[in-house]
Structures are given as structure tokens and as C-alpha cells.
Design a protein around this ligand. Structure first.
Ligand code: CUA
Length: 194
């Protein structure tokens, strides 16, 4: 037995051509109105909500940025942890952090309450910067230097988790930020070679 096949030459069954019910029109109008509200929220949130870091963004050569980061790490190195330098820049300094498959270079050591200009970029592909357990979330794109004005408000030993899938070692891409207390004292931590 042949199955009835619908072609574009004949109209489909049903009553789709009849005007929409009043309730449907009301719902469409409500949804459209809500879309406009959310659309207006985007710029509003940017200027009023304080959720978007309004940093300076400039184009940068990824290799040059990494070279600058290495120079920064050599200049202010105070120790090391599993081969990665621990770097403590003076307050107010420009701080450099490079994301690469699959690590964050170097380990930053900052002082609570001091202001820094944090430059972040990537050497290879897209990575995601999220500072655990704080609510800081940022996308890192190669070729761009994101300079963020940061003032650590909590001391502790924090982890940078990559939250953008970047390859086979994505889940191992964990970095470290140490924030000393406002007197510059170290906090208790373990598993580190100095
Ligand atoms: Cu880097 Cu995922």
C-alpha cells in the first residue's frame, strides 16, 4: 500500500490559515515586549550594573605578549611552585598573565586592598578565565590584551579555572592567584616549593 506523501503542490491539512486567536496575539505581544525590556537591559547593565569589566582593550601580538609576561615574571619573581614562578609585583604595577594550552603563566601574588592593572591574553586559542571561588568570569581571546583594573578584596589562595573548552587538556588548565593580607603577610598554604 502506498503511503500518502505530502508535496508542496497541495495545501497542508488543518486550519493554520485562519487568523490567530486573540489569546495568541496577546502572548506574542507580551513576549515581544519582554524581548525589548531584555534588550534595553544589556546597555543598562553595562553602565549601571557594574557587571561588565570596562577595561582597556588593545590588539597585541600573542608572542610579544608572552615575551612581556616572561619579562614581568623574571623581574618580580619571589618563588616557584612546581616549575611555575610565583610573581609578586609592587602595588600599582602592571601585571601580566598569559593563558596557553594548558596552563596559566605565571602564578600571581598580590596584596589585598592594593590596586593593579591586570593584563590578560592568550598565546594560542580561546580560554576562559574564572577565578574560583569568586564570581569573576572572563573570556580570553588571543591577539587582544584585556587590561583590567583590579583591587583584591579578599586574601587567600585562589584557583583560575579555564571555563572555555580549549582541547584535550582543558580540564587540567588550573592556575593560581595568591592574595596576601593587607599587611603583606603570607597566608597558610601547603604543597608548595619555595
Ligand atoms: Cu584553556 Cu580550557
Amino acid at each position: 500500500m502506498l503511503t500518502k506523501v505530502h508535496t508542496g503542490l497541495e495545501p497542508v491539512q488543518g486550519n493554520w490559515w485562519k487568523p490567530a486567536h486573540k489569546a495568541e496575539k496577546v502572548w506574542v505581544a507580551i513576549a515581544f515586549g519582554w524581548c525589548l525590556v531584555l534588550f534595553a537591559m544589556m546597555p543598562l547593565w553595562h553602565w549601571k550594573g557594574g557587571q561588565n569589566p570596562s577595561g582597556v582593550r588593545t590588539r597585541v601580538d600573542p608572542k610579544a605578549f608572552y615575551a612581556r609576561t616572561a619579562e614581568f615574571a623574571r623581574q618580580y619573581r619571589v618563588g616557584s611552585d612546581r616549575g611555575l614562578p610565583i610573581v609578586q609585583p609592587p602595588p600599582g604595577a602592571d601585571v601580566y598573565l598569559t593563558a596557553m594550552t594548558f596552563q596559566w603563566y605565571p602564578i600571581l601574588q598580590l596584596v589585598r586592598g592594593q590596586r593593579y592593572r591586570l593584563h590578560i591574553s592568550s598565546l594560542d586559542n580561546n580560554h576562559g578565565f574564572s577565578l574560583y571561588p569568586l564570581n569573576v568570569n572572563f573570556q580570553i581571546v588571543p591577539g587582544y590584551d584585556y587590561a583590567l583594573e583590579v583591587t583584591p578584596t579578599a586574601s587567600g589562595d585562589f584557583r583560575i579555572i579555564c571555563n572555555e573548552f580549549c582541547g584535550i587538556g582543558h580540564h587540567t588548565m588550573v592556575g593560581r592567584v595568591i592574595v596576601l593580607d593587607s599587611a603583606g603577610r603570607e597566608i597558610a598554604r601547603s604543597g608548595e616549593v619555595r
